[in-house]
Ligand binder design. Structure first.
Ligand code: KPL
Length: 300
């Protein structure tokens, strides 16, 4: 398959390396156009992949049979809108990011639109991407044109397992959103790795309670207790991780808070529910962003 990967950060690079290894023809697409992108990945077994792929080639883009979008949520819809007129109308666009809200921004896209979430963990260490933990990628349809694309899960699974297809991807997205609403801003508040959050059980309880009220109204029936179990499970399995939001804050980058807690608060407002603990954490992260040293702040 001919595949363009939009966004060549940590997750983008592990997909580029894995898809190329599987024999797919790939290119990277960078926000600052460049003819090539280099991929340096060390996987969790210590295997190194060094490649140089072509990048930002509009002819390759026009022929692509998949646009895999691995940008952070705030960058997704402007970047996809920018490329949509070059893509063929039947090229599926798969969004792989934390948070929710981009589907509303991309309403009316003429291409088949798919949504995915992943539990693969990768982080940059200097010029190298460390694929620190293998995981599962859940994908599913996000508009009417994409319902027939379930075969994509098998193709992607062969390159970077596991990949699972869900006819109702919304349920998986809401659960991941809930996990991110708890872990990400709390790690920013306490400036700690995920595992250290075990020390703040009352805050975790409050956040899960508030999340369960909103999710119930959204048709995602889940109790606060079950949500808490899911969150503690992720805290254990990612105990040594620095959350993506804390990494962003430490590097003075724009976080995904508007698409994580911000999305939750917009849904809560529409339902007339107040979420004091989530609101407090939202404001805390926004305050941090507003205090970035202007010279260093970036969206990257
Ligand atoms: O998705 C994550 C993130 O850091 O964004 C979690 C699950 C919290 C793992 O670190």
């Amino acid at each position: 398959m001919k595949i363009t990967v939009l966004g060549c950060g940590a997750i983008g690079q592990i997909w580029l390396a894995a898809l190329a290894r599987q024999g797919h023809e790939v290119q990277g697409w960078l926000r600052v156009p460049q003819p090539y992108c280099s991929v340096n990945v060390i996987d969790y077994q210590g295997k190194v992949s060094n490649h140089t792929f072509i990048a930002n080639d509009p002819l390759f883009l026009a022929d692509s049979q998949l646009l895999l979008v691995t940008l952070k949520a705030p960058q997704v819809s402007p970047a996809v809108r920018n490329l949509q007129s070059v893509l063929s109308d039947d090229c599926p666009v798969l969004l792989l990011h934390n948070g929710m809200g981009t589907l509303d921004e991309l309403k009316g896209l003429s291409q088949p639109l798919l949504r995915g979430i992943t539990t693969h963990a990768a982080m940059r260490d200097g010029t190298v991407i460390k694929h620190v933990a293998s995981g599962i990628t859940h994908i599913g349809p996000a508009n009417r044109k994409s319902a027939a694309w379930s075969d994509l899960a098998d193709i992607l699974h062969a390159a970077l397992p596991d990949v699972a297809w869900h006819d109702n991807i919304g349920a998986a997205c809401w659960r991941k959103l809930a996990v991110n609403c708890v872990i990400n801003p709390l790690t920013v508040e306490h400036d700690c790795q995920n595992g250290a959050l075990r020390a703040w059980p009352q805050q975790i309880d409050l956040l899960c309670q508030e999340l369960s009220w909103v999710m119930e109204r959204e048709g995602q029936h889940i109790t606060a207790d079950s949500l808490r179990d899911i969150v503690y499970n992720v805290i254990e399995t990612t105990a040594a991780n620095t959350s993506s939001m804390l990494q962003d804050v430490r590097a003075q980058r724009l976080t995904e808070i508007d698409y994580i807690t911000g999305f939750l608060l917009r849904r809560a407002r529409a339902q007339g529910i107040a979420l004091p603990e989530n609101t407090r954490l939202y404001e805390l992260v926004k305050r941090k962003e507003s205090h970035y040293d202007r010279e260093h702040a970036s969206t990257g």
